[in-house]
Write a protein that binds this ligand. Structure first.
Ligand code: FAD
Ligand code: NAD
Length: 401
């Protein structure tokens, strides 16, 4: 009799943690992992690559370092579609593969909300390549300024003021003095603007904490325009609405960080979804498909306290992966499933390398202690996906840099 086939799609936080958990169990099954690249990247550091604070190699490692070839086959390919009823997956280069159980963990994409010009002129921050593009684009504008002295080349607009934008601004403001020196331009001429639709910045934190973080960024030269939804992007202009009036700001670098949606493969595969997310059952499977687990940014899990889905984070993706391993083993052994529950440990938002604000296990933190907490959390994530050896190789025990 052929072995049970388990296919994992995506080697991000959710996918790789699931693989590690399953491999540890030494089950008598065939495991296949499919991922676009031959490396895993820590998406939680993309803003550091985009700002130039970190190189791509510092936030990524080879998937083969986690794969046990005796248990798992790794296929480097792009997933096109899941055929839920046929229990097959279409891959771009390797044809169709079949599964008995599937773990769908293809992560997130940039959300444009259908706003005109975003796809053409906005720079998203969702993969290593897109983060590198932001950095290179900004460098090109600074280099061009040396020739033309056109001030719009030094204008950067960051769209939205969620965690991604705030963390990017935190790193960028620390990098700009070095960049100004490199391109021999006056740092005070660089105009950094953040435009947010909602009237309040960082509403998830206590006012005192949010004000501390925002003031840090203002002190470093960031101008916030708040309560002003962006309506359109053109080649070098961001158009937003303020008091029912359209206003615009010129910028040659427009970073699009207004939120994310789940992988478009979710919709392509005909799952019932909202913004690329499947509202999963208590065992983390898709409704009507008890052998298809959906986790990470492609899933939505209701928070019974707020009656809204939990925010999509690496933290919940890692927990879901552990839940999948438990329930997959239960299903293989005809044992009852364990309903997934989640208790957020809190969140920390960095404001550059050595500053952060956060709420962890009910305690408010700010400044350097919060930044140490953030690095500890990130190291824990790396140990859960990669392992201690990879952590050592990356020199990740330094909590200052
Ligand atoms: P991902 O980590 O996105 O992994 C998906 C994997 O699937 C990737 O390897 C990708 O290459 C692959 N893939 C995608 N499409 C295909 C395809 N069609 N075919 C094959 N392979 C494919 N969360 C926190 O908890 N804490 C933080 O501090 C934090 N900071 C963040 C900072 C930034 C700048 C950003 C953008 C996000 C941050 N998040 C943070 C959110 C967190 O990164 C995501 O929630 C998390 O990455 C989701 O994990 P995942 O496993 O679902 O997907
Ligand atoms: P987000 O959805 O959290 O924030 C996007 C922001 O853009 C919101 O404030 C929204 O009001 C604003 N926005 C949306 N449309 C707009 C428009 N038309 N004009 C102006 N502003 C607009 O998205 P994100 O920051 O990319 O984060 C994505 C996910 O990753 C979230 O779940 C977040 O919690 C997580 N994340 C966590 C961390 C961390 O824990 N340190 C860091 C980064 C991201």
């Amino acid at each position: 009799m052929s072995k049970t086939k388990i296919v994992i799609l995506g080697a991000g936080y959710g996918g790789l943690r699931t693989l590690k958990g399953l491999q540890k169990k030494h089950l008598d099954v065939e495991i296949t992992l499919v991922n676009k690249n031959d490396y895993h990247y820590e998406a939680t550091y993309l803003h550091e690559v985009a700002s130039g604070a970190k190189e791509p190699e510092q936030i990524s490692f080879q998937i083969k370092d986690v794969v046990d070839p005796k248990q798992t086959t790794f296929i480097q390919d792009t997933v096109i579609q899941v055929n839920k009823d046929e229990k097959t997956v279409n891959l771009e280069k390797n044809g169709t593969i079949s599964f008995d159980y599937l773990v769908f963990a293809l992560g997130f994409e940039s959300e444009s909300f259908g706003i005109p010009g975003v796809e053409e002129f906005g720079l998203p921050m969702v993969t290593i390549d897109s983060a590198v593009t932001i950095r290179e684009h900004m460098h090109q504008q600074f280099a061009a300024y040396q020739e033309s002295q056109d001030d719009s080349l030094l204008s950067i607009v960051v769209c939205g003021a969620g965690f991604t934008s705030i963390e990017y601004l935190g790193e960028l403001t620390q990098q700009l003095p070095k960049l100004a020196k490199k391109y021999n331009l006056p740092v005070e001429k660089i105009q950094l603007t953040c435009i947010e639709a909602m009237p309040t910045l960082l509403p998830m934190f206590a006012d005192k904490l949010a004000n501390y973080g925002i003031q840090k960024l203002k002190d470093r030269g960031v101008q916030f325009i708040v309560g002003t939804p962006i309506k359109e992007i053109t080649q070098d202009t961001v158009i937003y609405e303020e008091n029912e009036e359209l206003k615009s700001i010129k910028a040659k670098t427009i970073v699009w960080t207004t939120g994310v949606k789940g992988s478009s493969v979710v919709g392509q595969s005909g799952f019932e979804e909202r913004r690329g997310r499947v509202m999963v059952e208590s065992d983390l499977t898709a409704p009507g498909y008890s052998e298809i687990f959906v986790i990470g940014d492609c899933s939505a899990v209701m928070d019974p306290e707020s009656n809204r889905p939990y925010p999509t984070t690496a933290q919940i993706a890692l927990k879901q992966a552990d839940g999948v391993v438990t329930n997959l083993v239960a299903k293989l052994n005809d044992r009852p499933i364990v309903p997934f529950t989640f208790k957020s440990q809190g969140s920390v938002c960095s404001i550059g390398n050595n500053e952060a604000i956060g709420e962890v296990l009910g305690a408010n933190l700010k400044g350097y202690p919060a930044s140490v907490m953030k690095k500890i959390i990130e190291d824990k994530s790396l140990s859960q996906t990669g392992g201690l050896k990879i952590m050592f190789n990356k020199g990740r025990f330094d909590l200052y840099h």
